[in-house]
Design a protein. Structure first.
Length: 256
């Protein structure tokens, strides 16, 4: 890999990923907070009424609004803690789901795209050229190479998780190494550029965050609301769509 530069600013991809992470976390907190109100709203309302009758410690002497508010917040502390626990727990589930998806994504891609490892005794020339191009791009060690030999299209892509990204080559791209070596090197250098800039893990992690947010936050919350309070779904719907759109636009900005 390229050596780290002391004092260097984060890359655009890193900053966009942090924006995606922030958007997903904030949206998850809101949705799970709404879910808590669906099941515990009456408890919260009762706590508000009960605690409004609790006087502040010096309310009779000073009558300050700040002390009254502090007394009410202390009275509602148990209910507020329960709400916060549900919000944080739901958000953690979304983030853990994203991490699990991120780690499993390479295996899923390889299974769906029929990618198999390029064996040194069968693809020695290919691996040697990839190693040379990787060295020229400042990528060390060279990424592992996976092949879809039956695919006649000319395509290559970088993928993977953790600190060892991989390169996926179609059969057509492998053939172009011999027939069109310049085009082959151009494709490989482009993908190595993503590896050198450390874009690959952030990109796939952002995609995993999006799918985890949809599957573990948006869909369950909407379904539960629809089965209990369809009217509230309509009132919540535009907010949910706005949050999903915000997250989607942030993910798209990173993936483009």
């Amino acid at each position: 890999m390229r050596p780290l530069r002391p004092g260097a600013l984060p890359t655009d991809t890193s900053l966009r990923f942090l924006l995606v992470l922030t958007a997903v976390t904030a949206a998850s907190l809101y949705l799970f907070g709404s879910l808590w109100f669906l099941f515990r709203g009456e408890l919260f309302a009762a706590a508000v009424v009960r605690c409004a009758e609790v006087p502040g410690a010096l309310a009779d002497q000073i009558g300050t609004a700040a002390e009254q508010l502090a007394a009410e917040q202390k009275c509602r502390a148990g209910v507020s803690a329960e709400q916060a626990l549900v919000q944080l727990g739901g958000s953690v589930v979304v983030l853990l789901g994203a991490y699990l998806g991120y780690r499993l994504w390479p295996r899923v891609m390889e299974r769906r795209a029929h990618l198999v490892p390029a064996e040194p005794h069968e693809a020695h020339a290919l691996l040697a050229e990839v190693a040379a191009l990787s060295a020229g791009a400042g990528v060390d060690p060279a990424p592992a190479v996976r092949l879809d030999a039956a695919n006649p299209t000319v395509a290559g892509f970088a993928y993977g998780s953790g600190r060892r990204p991989r390169l996926g080559f179609s059969g057509g791209l492998v053939v172009s190494q011999v027939l069109h070596p310049g085009a082959f090197r151009a494709v490989v250098r482009h993908e190595l550029g993503h590896v050198a800039d450390r874009d690959v893990p952030w990109t796939y992690y952002a995609a995993a965050l999006w799918w985890s947010f949809c599957g573990l936050a948006v869909v369950p919350v909407v379904v539960l609301f629809a089965t209990r309070d369809l009217g509230y779904v309509l009132r919540l719907g535009w907010r949910t769509l706005a949050l999903a759109a915000m997250v989607a636009l942030t993910v798209t900005a990173l993936l483009r």
